[in-house]
Design a protein around this ligand. Sequence first.
Ligand SMILES: NC(=O)c1ccc[n+]([C@@H]2O[C@H](COP(=O)([O-])OP(=O)(O)OC[C@H]3O[C@@H](n4cnc5c(N)ncnc54)[C@H](OP(=O)(O)O)[C@@H]3O)[C@@H](O)[C@H]2O)c1
Length: 285
Amino acid sequence: MEYVTLNNGVKMPILGYGVYQIPDPAECERCVRDAISVGYRSIDTAQAYRNEEAVGRAVKESGIPREDFFITTKVWISNAGYDKAKASLEESLRKLQLDYLDLVLIHQPFNDYYGTYRAMEELYKAGTIKAIGVSNFYPDRYIDLVQFSEVVPAVNQVETHVFNQQVKANEIMKKYNTQIESWGPFAEGRNDLFTNATLKEIGDKVQKSTAQVALRFLIQSGVVVIPKTVNKTRMEENFNVFDFELTAEDMVKLTSLDTGESAFFSHYDPQTVEFLTDYAKKGLE
Ligand SMILES: NC(=O)c1ccc[n+]([C@@H]2O[C@H](COP(=O)([O-])OP(=O)(O)OC[C@H]3O[C@@H](n4cnc5c(N)ncnc54)[C@H](OP(=O)(O)O)[C@@H]3O)[C@@H](O)[C@H]2O)c1
């Protein structure tokens, strides 16, 4: 495994396993068990995924030492604000059966995320969280938070894949020393990513799949990736991306796939904000 070093010296695997859209507890537990057996040690969950308990069980039952894992969770919009965020993180620790978290992110830049961040800073200083960061913070909100917080976010997890490479946003994150982490490294298959001609042409040359080339491109660009699959064979495929290298020429070709736009939705779009905040107002229970 390769690692990135976060701005506070914490080492984070550059490849992890994401568990979004695996709400069934037994299925999620089986997936995480499979992922661990394949070799994944970094697991990305969230309060909103409703599967922290399943992740916790699979991690605990693996028998692998806690310090070998890198566990991330995210504070949901409905748990925003100092008191609620703090209580919600105690709940996350209980559900995950952990006494510390490697990384906690603010899931979305809505509601009282300043209060949330203060609670995270406090838990960070107490050693209960080893690194803190944000997710879906576009440059405007990201800069605002950086300017008025004590701890610079270690990570910003944003939609990043060959079709939306976040070049400008990443330049800004680099300026303040925040690691970019990709969500949706395959764009969840949108824009026909798995049959894309450029990914396929390069993959054929190095005897790798389109998925492997898509991940390798991000890894070689210094982006942390957390691909999701419920299929063990694909978990292995997505894990086997360290035994080849893309040439500078191939990297340029892949750079040209960037549309500079989201394949999902923009956090600048009022409709998106209304949808997410309406959903969050219903709470998690
Ligand atoms: N912070 C956020 O707001 C946010 C948002 C979205 C995601 N995330 C995180 O990022 C992780 C990854 O993103 P994502 O789950 O949205 O999407 P993704 O990883 O881009 O794509 C997952 C999709 O690709 C398929 N797939 C995976 N590996 C494949 C392969 N080798 N060949 C063909 N198909 C393959 C999966 O199908 P099968 O499962 O059927 O194999 C699934 O439909 C999430 O699990 C979550 O942890 C965070």
